[in-house]
Design a binder for this molecule. Structure first.
Ligand code: ARG
Length: 463
């Protein structure tokens, strides 16, 4: 069988070229979107008088049957099928004969591919939203069960100040909330229908584009046919959000990997999300999290590929754009699997409470001591210096900060008094951070309340 476009050719393409040119190996994944768009297009052709009512009914029925062939794994591709668009058109002609040959009237694959991708990404974005919400909910539950566990926070990977573990986990909740909002924002840009744009200049057939918009449930019609067939910014948007979401996951994956080491031993991953070593019998490795950390590389390279693909590309459509689909699919798959696995890790994670403060000494209270001196009237910069000297004295003498006698403290600053010894209390320390967004129990409660409002919006069906 010749190619659909074979009329002006005297020779067929080489086998090598055919393999190089065909996008079917990857764009077959768009069969559902292609059938949906073609069905809507057949209605518009009916309205434009290209199909009679009967012909349009036959075409729509045949497309439904082709859909069933795909879902039942029975669709047979043929060697001349270049891509999913030509494969479905070829099969339609087989099924309804001459009438089928009219389906491409006024239509171009340039608009078909952009349309299919937009339909695909609209549902991918909705699914990503659901998966982010599921992870947020698992994170919220873990945060609630660890709200009273106290551990050192780290800056520069050095112990900084005490925080509630629940507060730490809620930081992931709110980073994911940003990702969720980014997703919501980009949906408006995906939700624009190119169909009716033709190859580049707009269809020559009087296609009722509003009918297409209604049938395909799009919010807007592309206002410019050139932009509609050329632009892939809507895919870039999605790939960026996917990469940013995965980057968030990778940072928490990294912390949890460290925290599951013998040195930290703050957490233990469930067996269901760990694997062993083929050689060292004692090993329990956090492979789930390592893979999530590793997969971010793919996602970033997908984004980079898509950006590079578009750079300097002359308007309008060029075959380069066929290369947009593999990064798109890969990003979607990587994002979905990583979100699912991360949810599993989080909802089965065991916290080893007893170890959280194991490697913390009194210097973790240094800022609290400075704050205490500030309360007594010392300017902060001065207090910082005084506590620095105290910490140094502790290091030199091997004495814990709480072991300094009042006399020695007074020699450093006369403002020290017996209240000083009450500082070394983890609870008191975290409760001192009582500002909106802080780590005190009251402020953490506010975060849970906000999270619950966010999560219940989903249940009420609002996105
Ligand atoms: N397979 C092509 C792609 O993925 C479809 C568009 C082809 N358009 C064309 N004029 N050859 O981009």
């Amino acid at each position: 069988m010749p190619k659909l476009w074979g009329g002006r050719f005297t020779k067929g393409v080489s086998k090598l070229m055919s393999e190089f040119n065909d996008s079917l190996p990857f764009d077959r994944r768009l069969w559902k979107e292609e059938i949906e768009a073609s069905t809507a297009y057949s209605s518009a052709l009916g309205k434009a008088g290209i199909f009679t009512r009967q012909q349009q009914t036959n075409v729509a029925r045949a497309l439904r049957e082709i859909g069933k062939e795909f879902s039942g794994g029975k669709f047979r591709f043929r060697p001349e099928d270049e891509d999913i668009h030509t494969a479905i058109e070829r099969r339609l002609v087989e099924k309804v004969g001459e009438t089928g040959k009219k389906i491409h009237t006024g239509r171009s694959r340039n608009e078909q591919v952009a349309t299919d991708e937009r339909i695909f990404l609209k549902s991918a974005a909705a699914e990503a939203g659901v998966l982010i919400r599921e992870l947020q909910s698992a994170v919220r539950d873990l945060a609630a069960s660890t709200r009273d566990d106290i551990l050192p926070s780290y800056t520069h990977l050095q112990q900084a100040q005490l925080i509630r573990l629940g507060h730490y986990f809620m930081s992931l909740f709110f980073m994911l909330e940003d990702d969720y909002r980014r997703l919501n924002d980009l949906e408006a840009r995906i939700d624009v229908l190119p169909l009716g744009s033709g190859a580049v200049a707009g269809s020559t057939v009087k296609i009722d584009r509003s009918l297409l918009k209604r049938e395909l449930s799009f919010s807007e019609l592309s206002p410019n046919s050139i932009a509609a067939v050329s632009d892939r910014g809507f895919i870039t948007d999605f790939l960026f959000v996917a990469a940013q979401t995965l980057i968030h996951l990778s940072r928490f994956a990294e912390d949890l990997i460290m925290w599951s080491s013998t040195e930290f031993a703050f957490v233990e991953l469930d067996d269901t999300y760990s694997t062993g070593s083929s050689m060292m019998p004692q090993k329990k490795n956090p492979d789930s999290l390592e893979l999530i950390r590793g997969k971010v590389a793919r996602s970033i390279s997908d984004l980079t590929s898509l950006l590079t693909l578009q750079k300097g590309l002359p308007l309008t459509y060029a075959k380069d754009l066929q290369e947009d689909k593999e990064p798109m699919f890969d990003s979607v798959d990587t994002l979905f699997s990583s979100l699912r696995v991360f949810s599993g890790v989080i909802s089965t994670l065991k916290v080893k409470r007893a170890n959280l403060m194991r490697n913390t000494d009194d210097s973790i209270y240094a800022t609290d001591i400075a704050d205490y001196l500030v309360e007594k009237g010392m300017p902060f910069r001065e207090a910082h210096k005084v506590v620095g000297r105290l910490v140094l004295a502790g290091t030199e003498t091997g004495k814990r900060l709480r072991e300094f006698p009042t006399a020695e403290l007074k020699a450093i600053s006369p403002l020290f008094d017996s209240e000083y010894y009450k500082i070394f209390d983890p609870h008191k320390s975290v409760e001192g951070h009582d500002v909106y967004g802080g780590t005190s129990s009251k402020r953490l409660k506010e975060q849970f309340n906000l999270a619950d409002r966010i999560l219940s919006r989903r249940k009420a069906g609002k996105r």
